[in-house]
Design a protein around this ligand. Structure first.
Ligand code: NDP
Length: 245
């Protein structure tokens, strides 16, 4: 019996970790909805690459912080593919400053995208995901590392971990697992932009495995949770970080 779910919606999949997750899930046999907010060209090019490799994907524009746009995206996936089986909440932004220097825009934007955005998709998914589905939320290892300047960002991710654990219980009886993956420093624009090379090198050496994570490392972890081998993992936060914390 083939128990692999069929349609996966990955938010923030136009680049970085989300794009690697979309590629990996497509290679694993899922039809992938490649969500993006602004980067239509990158999303379209990823869809073309997936299709060239023999996979199936469509791009779907929606700002995850907008509940109506998120509902429309689920409507579209339902109309096109009959439903959604896997939701990966990957869209996120990171704005760093000490609390003393954090302005309202820093706070509001991260709450809107990282927390409300995840809430918006989780609400739709908990109403609509097909039985037997999987939900994977992206947290961050900074919840454990607690480095200075990460207070608001880490707080949004701690909240995502709380919602993960509670939703896993609320979905009792539907055979849907809800887990979080918490990467450490991973080589994407979100991590690399604006950091001097010596800071990048220092952070890369911090984990006992002495390198940065690659988007594919995180995609492999998500694929495990979304695939048949992850069936018994539920309500957990899996840190994928080379042992940094
Ligand atoms: P990137 O900045 O490389 O990519 C972010 C993606 O999110 C883009 O595709 C972007 O698309 C999309 N996005 C941003 N805002 C929205 C929005 N409002 N609605 C829909 N999509 C949106 O980030 P990463 O790949 O590094 O990060 C992915 C996830 O992993 C995030 O949740 C991040 O917090 C988490 N993470 C990353 C770590 C790292 O070191 N890189 C470590 C720990 C966690 P567009 O350009 O179209 O807006």
């Amino acid at each position: 019996m083939n128990t692999t779910p069929r349609t996966a919606l990955v938010t923030g999949a136009s680049r970085g970790i989300g794009a690697a997750i979309a590629r990996r899930l497509a290679a694993d046999g899922f039809t992938v909805v490649v969500n993006y907010a602004g980067a239509a060209d990158e999303a379209d090019s990823l869809v073309a690459q997936i299709e060239q490799a023999g996979g199936r994907a469509v791009a779907a524009q929606a700002d995850v912080s907008d509940p109506a746009a998120v509902a429309r995206m689920f409507d579209g996936a339902q109309a096109a593919f009959g439903g959604v089986d896997v939701l990966v909440n990957n869209a996120g932004i990171m704005r760093l400053a000490t609390l003393a220097e954090s302005d309202d825009a820093l706070f509001d934007s991260q709450i809107a995208i990282n927390l409300k955005g995840t809430f918006n998709t989780l609400r739709e998914a908990s109403r609509r995901l097909r039985d037997g589905g999987r939900i994977v939320n992206l947290s961050s290892s900074v919840v454990g590392l607690t480095p200075p300047t990460y207070a608001v960002y880490a707080a949004t991710k701690a909240a995502v971990e709380s919602m993960t654990q509670i939703l896993s219980k609320e979905l009792r009886g539907r055979n849907i697992t809800v887990n979080a993956v918490a990467p450490g420093p991973t080589a994407t624009r979100l991590f690399l932009d604006g950091k001097p090379q010596d800071v990048i090198d220092r952070l890369a050496k911090q984990a006992p495995l002495e390198r940065l994570g690659q988007p594919e490392d995180i995609a492999a972890t998500v694929a495990f949770l979304a695939g048949p081998d992850g069936a018994w993992i539920n309500g957990q936060v899996l840190r994928a970080n080379g042992g940094i914390v």
